[in-house]
Design a protein around this ligand. Structure first.
Ligand SMILES: [Zn+2]
Length: 299
């Protein structure tokens, strides 16, 4: 019965927000989403049509095409300068996946209130509200990271090429919107997710992680989960307790949370999480390609 309720809840969410999927750390949720988000809706969020499939006829054209391909695949970071390495003893990197959403401004407000900076691993949205939110995240001094445009496992994990195509689509959108392409990335489901195997085979994640590195990105999993993806709406106190208990004994923590319209308890937990982490001696910082990382799978 519980499962039935959740499934129908997820279906409604899928209809409303299409690509703004809920968790990225819980395979079960994504499995259900993958089944339930109607194809035509998820298709709207990413049109990965193969272009450039014409066969070049001369040597010159071949070289020309190769040049274009090289320019297209090389990644340059042109964003704001990264802050110097933190000197604090204990650093917390709060991360919010899957936004922007109707929760984004609430999260930004809380972060501002506490003077805490964080990292938002965003997905693609073409709405003017979504674009405003990308800008507000950047304007508040938080880091933007690429979480793929479509967040659609079946699409992105078909091959390293399919993955990069989706990543670049979001890169272009962010560049148009906030003026730069991020060089940090989080894989939907994390670098060790098994759902990718259905789309791209057993070793697709080792290929994709290597490709992402070659393309100039640094990727980040997490060493502290808020568990807010373990249920459609996790209990607030469970989120707080999970973060605190997993943070104990660590000096660098990357905390997984979600920026999602329906994850109201993440927003409710956030001020308490920040206060308690501060009380435990943590300072907050944004992720950048040279900061501490935690990776489940290294290429
Ligand atoms: Zn996600």
């Amino acid at each position: 019965m519980g499962v039935q309720i959740r499934r129908s809840g997820m279906y409604v969410m899928g209809l409303i927000i299409s690509a703004n999927l809920v968790g990225c750390s819980t395979e079960q949720i994504h499995t259900e989403q993958a089944k339930q988000v109607p194809k035509q809706l998820s298709g709207e969020t990413a049109s990965i049509d193969s272009s450039g499939s014409q066969t070049p006829t001369s040597k010159e054209e071949v070289v020309d095409d190769l040049d274009k391909a090289i320019v297209e695949t090389r990644h340059f970071y042109t964003g704001p300068p990264h802050s110097p390495p933190p000197v604090a003893d204990k650093i917390a990197y709060l991360t919010f996946d899957d936004g922007p959403s109707a929760s984004t401004r609430k999260i930004l407000h809380i972060l501002k209130t506490f003077g805490a900076r964080a990292t938002f691993f965003v997905i693609g949205t073409e709405t003017s509200e979504g674009k405003s939110l990308y800008r507000e995240i950047a304007a508040d001094g938080h880091a933007l990271g690429n979480h793929t445009y479509s967040h659609d496992y079946n699409r992105i994990y078909k091959s390293p090429e399919a993955f990069m195509k989706d990543v670049r689509k979001l890169d272009r959108l962010l560049e148009e919107t906030v003026g730069y392409r991020p060089d940090i990335l989080r894989f939907p489901g994390g670098s060790n997710n098994h759902l990718s195997r259905k789309a791209g085979g057993r070793d697709v994640m080792s290929k994709v992680t290597a490709e992402v590195r070659d393309e100039g990105y640094q990727y980040f999993d997490w060493n502290v989960s808020s568990t807010d993806a373990a249920a459609p709406v996790q209990e607030r106190d469970m989120i707080i307790d999970s973060v605190l208990s997993a943070s104990r004994g660590k000096k660098r923590i990357i905390v997984l949370m979600h920026d999602n319209t329906y994850k109201t308890t993440t927003v409710e937990a956030l001020p308490i999480v920040i206060r308690k982490l501060q009380a435990a001696g943590f300072h907050f910082d944004t992720l950048n390609r040279s900061s501490f990382t935690f990776q489940f799978l290294t290429p």
